[in-house]
Every structure is written in structure tokens, then in C-alpha cells.
Design a protein around this ligand. Structure first.
Ligand SMILES: C[S@@+](CC[C@H](N)C(=O)[O-])C[C@H]1O[C@@H](n2cnc3c(N)ncnc32)[C@H](O)[C@@H]1O
Length: 280
């Protein structure tokens, strides 16, 4: 099928964009990944949503199931779907209050409503150091202030409308990935962007949740996806090009994707690297 037909399904011109900065965000890689995706499918299923760059570029009419194990992220998406106006009111207020002191005050706070928790999440994500998401051993967000002089844009009104519309046509879940992959049927497309296998010990970015993501989890993911493919779903999995991953997917088709890693505190690790897209 021609590329143009794929791009319609993944509406690149009109697409909504992620509202968060997220490690492993796929915005830069869309044009390399989409040509490997199927031209038609019944439902789009993404078990590791993160900031959702690929999902938000999907035509809003296409039914979707999206999931992330991170409960704060899940709640943020519910708020973006159901209460976007209340959320933007609070973000406008935080924009005016921007300062280092306010950052740490908000970071230490435990808001009681979903809207105020969602606004806190976006504010800390946009104004904290490098858009990192990191929890300490008590499960508390502990990323330091990003030290920008001026407050960055916390949201774009038109984009937020598109994000909210896209989420309205989707089932949003907060489950372990395997349960979501098991929902897939013949004709569905399952795209997985799990926490990557580290290229080196120091390059690990696996603290998206309090639990981390071991190689055993990578094997469990491949097995669940192989079962989905055997049922007739189309499956694609992104990962790093770590030797353990190349070994794990040696019996699948592996495409190399040129990536640039920007969330890394060591500047020499920010250069171009290759990641993989594996399909059974
Ligand atoms: C690499 S990020 C996804 C990046 C995203 N696709 C993007 O474009 O920004 C991986 C995500 O997997 C989630 N995650 C980690 N363990 C999980 C699990 N067992 N089940 C489901 N999601 C999980 C993390 O919370 C994180 O948001």
C-alpha cells in the first residue's frame, strides 16, 4: 500500500501533539515509523502510551484503546478528556505564579482533586529539569526545578482541543500491558513502545514507574505480542538496539530507526543512535 494512504490514517498534517515531554517520545520518529505500520486496521491499541506522540497523530475517528501503568498519567488523560477547561484555568494561574519557590511548593503539595493533580503534573513536567519523570523510593516525584528564566508554554489551546477530541473516541486504561494486548483481535493494530532495554548500565531510563522494567518483562511482552499476531492482529514493537533486544527479536523482522536521544543529563550521550522496530 502506498505511503500516502498510511499518512491519511495517521493524519500528520492535522495531528494533535503530546501535551507532555516524555522520555522516549516518538514525535521525531513518526515519518520513519509510520511507513512500517499497516495501511488499514479496525482498532489502534497502544499498551505503553507515555506522551502518546503516535496515538495523537492517529485520525481521531479511528477507535483506539490506550493504556499506561503510570496512574498519574492515566488520570491526566481522563482530565484532558472530561474537564479540559477546568484544567486550563488552573494552568493559566500556575503560569502567572511561575518561580523556583512555586515549583518546589507545588512539588511538595498533594492536591485532592483530579484536575489539580493533572495541572500539577503538567506544570512539573514542563518546568522541571529536562522533562524527566522520576520517583524516589517512597513513590514521590523528585525531579529538580528546570531553572528557566521564563515559564515555558504550559499548553496550546487549539492542540488541547484536539487532544481532548482524540481521547473522547478512545478507551483509556491503567493496566499492566499484557492485559491490554490480550484485548486485541484479528484486524487490530498493536503498537508497543515499552521502557527500553538499556544500551549500557548508565543509560537506563526505566524509572517511569516505581517498579522498573526488567529483561523478563521484555520477554513477557514479546510472548504476549506473538500471541496477538497469531490471533491475526498486526503488531509492532519499538526498543533500543541493545544486544539482548536484537537477540530476543532475531526471529522477527527488525528495522533500524535513526533516533536522537535528547533526555540525557550527559551531553555526550545525546548524539544520534539507532533504535529498532520489530514486527513478527
Ligand atoms: C517509552 S515510554 C512510552 C513513550 C511514548 N510512546 C511516547 O511517545 O512518548 C514507556 C511507558 O510505559 C509505561 N509502563 C511501564 N511499565 C508498564 C507496564 N508494565 N504496563 C504498561 N505500561 C507500562 C511507562 O509508564 C511509560 O509511560
Amino acid at each position: 500500500m502506498a505511503n500516502s494512504e498510511r499518512l491519511e490514517l495517521f493524519n500528520l498534517e492535522e495531528r494533535a501533539r503530546p501535551v507532555l515531554k516524555w522520555a522516549g517520545g516518538k514525535s521525531q520518529l513518526l515519518s520513519q515509523l509510520i511507513p512500517h505500520f499497516p495501511g488499514r486496521f479496525n482498532r489502534y491499541i497502544e499498551p505503553f502510551l507515555g506522551a502518546g506522540a503516535i496515538y495523537f497523530s492517529l485520525n481521531p475517528q479511528c477507535p483506539a484503546i490506550v493504556n499506561d501503568a503510570n496512574p498519574e498519567l492515566y488520570e491526566l488523560y481522563l482530565v484532558l478528556r472530561d474537564e479540559p477547561r477546568q484544567l486550563t484555568k488552573l494552568l493559566d494561574k500556575y503560569f502567572k505564579l511561575y518561580s523556583e519557590d512555586f515549583y518546589y511548593e507545588l512539588r511538595a503539595s498533594r492536591p485532592r482533586t483530579p484536575v489539580s493533580r493533572a495541572a500539577r503534573f503538567i506544570f512539573l513536567n514542563k518546568t522541571g529539569f529536562n522533562g524527566l519523570y522520576r520517583l524516589n523510593s517512597k513513590g514521590l516525584f523528585n525531579v529538580p526545578f528546570g531553572k528557566r528564566k521564563l515559564c515555558p508554554l504550559l499548553y496550546e489551546p487549539e492542540n488541547l482541543k484536539k487532544v481532548s477530541e482524540r481521547l473522547k473516541k478512545s478507551q483509556i486504561k491503567n493496566l499492566d500491558f499484557e492485559k491490554v494486548i490480550r484485548m486485541s483481535k484479528k484486524g487490530d493494530f498493536v503498537y508497543c513502545d515499552p521502557p527500553y532495554s538499556p544500551l549500557s548500565r548508565t543509560a537506563s531510563f526505566n524509572s517511569y514507574t516505581a517498579s522498573g522494567f526488567s529483561h523478563g518483562e521484555q520477554i513477557r511482552l514479546k510472548n504476549a505480542c506473538q500471541e496477538a499476531a497469531d490471533r491475526g492482529a498486526v503488531v509492532a514493537i519499538s526498543n533500543s538496539s541493545a544486544p539482548l533486544i536484537l537477540d530476543l527479536y532475531q526471529d522477527w523482522n527488525v528495522h533500524f530507526i535513526k533516533a536522537r536521544r535528547s533526555i540525557n543529563s550527559k551531553s555526550h550521550l545525546r548524539g544520534p543512535i539507532h533504535e529498532v522496530l520489530a514486527l513478527p
